[in-house]
Ligand binder design. Structure first.
Ligand code: ARG
Length: 588
């Protein structure tokens, strides 16, 4: 199905052509003066040069051709040469009725491609903290948008499970319990099935080890050696590594599930360990990788670089692999197993240089197939109200669980404050609304920018917030339920009538923008586009709602048309929030 813009453009293009002008000048867009008109075409201005005529003269001719066209209620030629256009209510209703019946409200199907979204990126053995929130929330939404566009999409968590942090944990364990069989080089038996630590011990071990390594050089050396031995296949260390994974990953899964974030692949840096040797051999054989000060590197600088791009290090002088190595090997692995056309990384923007190096190396060394699109969506920092990276009141790193719990409590309080509710039900509802508050608060900002996590603002039922969006959806649901209860028929009417007033017309107009919004969100990898759209939809809906007595309407045909409009509004809003990664409750 064509978008409304395509339909209008087609008609205006036709008119340009009938007047003897190139039809390209008929391209029409949304008006930037909504007070004057709904759509506007500026083609007369652009065409004036080619035809040596005053733009207004051209606009007048085209305007005359369009006069009487049933699609429009108004076409005006305005100095110096604009065409201002309003749609007829019949045409608008017809378009929406077409959307009602169309799959995905008429979103044009694109040629499906294979996409991997690499997001989340937690490090095992470290609890998720607020710094992990954006990667999870934005990545999940990007994945859902790609999928909705019709692509074959894999979400990969890409665990940090192979670097120095593993060596640090092993070293700290060794200092604490040197007698464990994992450290006995002569041990040949089976290793215990029970891990030698609990989750909370593990979570305490890592920061302790990390702090010590910063002060104690010998300790740091030990940790580096342990990392190397782990990577080289040390039996005891591999067994410990497995324990760390077994204890840590289920907890990560639970935390992500609480955020409605769901990965198809739980691969990590370690998954590609056996891919590295072959990849390194190929990079050497191809003449791309060379030794520099003992390390193996690939040059990736280009003549036209505005800033210096250092060579990409593939192996350290001690032979250990690095963050770049595992990312490159992961690309090789992905090519062999899934062969993606596009890989989108949703990672903190401070890692931009890493990804420039990885992408260039992958392209230069043929690790990715020619034409594979590699995208880096670098997101900004989540700050507290003081403008500094979000911290606990005591100034520490806040665990994600704590943040989520805080917001849930705030929502619970708000929900139970105003009216009597069953506490169990209110608890469930507050979970749903809290998630919307957190996710919408994040996603409504352009991903690349830093933003302030403002609990008071994000949990408010008013303004551009998740709770406001949900509140609007719940309001629509409640009217629809009341309508159904008043009928013998559970089936809701689906056919909209032409708008009866300006509020209805405004709501209908904003609904027509669904397809172009989703397409833009995909093209720009920009979930905030969807937020801005649903905020408009909710505002227009609420204006309409306040001006219209829907259920009290005596004219049945009129009422049915409104119910159909509400149903479409609800469906569109629910589709959009699903793309953002949250849902609406039944009541709130
Ligand atoms: N684990 C990494 C970190 O904490 C993020 C991983 C991002 N994804 C990737 N393919 N490098 O910094």
């Amino acid at each position: 199905m064509e978008t409304i813009i395509e339909k209008i453009s087609k008609t205006v293009e036709e008119a340009f052509s009938q007047c003897g002008y190139d039809k390209k000048y008929g391209k029409t867009g949304i008006s930037n003066r909504p007070d004057l008109c709904q759509f506007q075409c500026n083609g007369s201005l652009a065409s004036a040069k080619e035809y040596h005529k005053a733009p207004i003269a051209i606009a007048n001719e085209v305007c005359e051709k369009l006069a009487g066209n049933p699609a429009f209620s108004k076409v005006e030629a305005v100095a110096p040469g604009f065409l201002n256009i309003n749609l007829s209510d019949d045409f608008l209703a017809e378009h929406l009725n077409e959307m009602v019946g169309a799959e995905k409200f008429g979103l044009a199907a694109s040629e499906p491609i294979k996409i991997i979204v690499d997001y989340g990126g937690p490090n095992v053995a470290k609890p998720l903290h607020v710094g992990h929130l954006r990667a999870a929330i934005i990545g999940e939404s990007v994945k859902r948008i790609c999928r909705y566009m019709g692509h074959e999409v894999i979400g990969d968590v890409h665990l940090g499970d192979w670097g120095l942090q593993m060596g640090l944990i092993i070293t700290e364990l060794r200092h604490r319990s040197p007698d464990l069989c994992y450290f006995d080089e002569n041990y040949t038996g089976e290793y215990p099935e029970e891990p030698p630590f609990t989750l909370s011990e593990l979570e305490e071990i890592y920061p302790a080890a990390s702090a010590r390594s910063k002060e104690d050089d010998a300790y740091k050396e030990e940790a580096l050696l342990a990392t190397r031995k782990l990577q080289a296949g040390h039996r005891g260390y591999r067994a410990l590594w497995q324990h760390i994974m077994n204890v840590s990953v289920p907890d990560l899964k639970k935390n992500y599930a609480d955020l409605s974030v769901d990965f198809d692949w739980w691969k990590g840096e370690s998954s590609v360990d056996d891919v590295i040797p072959g990849m390194v051999e190929d990079m050497k054989a191809g003449g791309f990788a060379y030794e520099s000060e003992g390390a193996l590197v690939v040059d990736v600088a280009r003549d036209d670089d505005a800033k210096e791009i250092p060579p990409c290090m593939i192996l350290k002088s001690d032979g250990a692999s690095l963050y770049t190595t595992t990312d490159l090997a992961t690309l090789r692995d992905r090519r062999n197993t899934f062969d993606p056309d596009r890989v989108i990384y949703v990672v903190d923007k401070r890692q931009e240089m890493h990804f420039i190096q990885v992408f260039r190396t992958a392209q230069k060394c043929g690790i990715v197939r020619e034409g594979t699109v590699l995208d880096f969506l670098g997101f900004g920092t989540m700050n507290g109200r003081d403008g500094k990276p979000f911290k606990t009141r005591e100034g520490g790193v806040m665990r994600l669980e704590v943040l989520i719990d805080d917001i849930r409590k705030t929502m619970f309080k708000k929900i139970t404050e105003n009216h009597e509710t069953d506490p169990a039900e209110a608890k469930e509802t507050s979970k749903t609304v809290a998630l919307a508050a957190i996710k919408y608060g994040d996603l409504s900002n352009q991903a690349t920018k830093d933003y302030v996590f403002d609990t008071d603002k994000f949990t408010s039922f008013e303004g551009n917030t998740g709770p406001y969006i949900l509140y609007t959806i719940v309001r629509i649901k409640s009217i629809l339920n009341k309508y159904t209860a008043s009928q013998n028929d559970a089936h809701l009417p689906e056919k909209l009538n032409p708008a009866a007033n300006e509020y209805e017309r405004a709501l209908m107009l904003v609904l027509t923008k669904f397809a172009q919004t989703i397409t833009a969100a995909y093209d720009e990898i920009a979930p905030h586009r969807i937020c801005a759209y649903i905020y408009d939809v909710c505002n227009e809906f609420n204006r309409f709602y306040h001006e219209t007595r829907i259920l009290a309407e005596e004219d049945e045909a009129k009422k049915k048309g409104w119910i159909a409009l509400l149903l479409l509004t609800r469906r569109i809003l629910e589709t959009c929030i699903d793309l953002l990664g949250f849902t609406a409750p039944e009541k709130m």
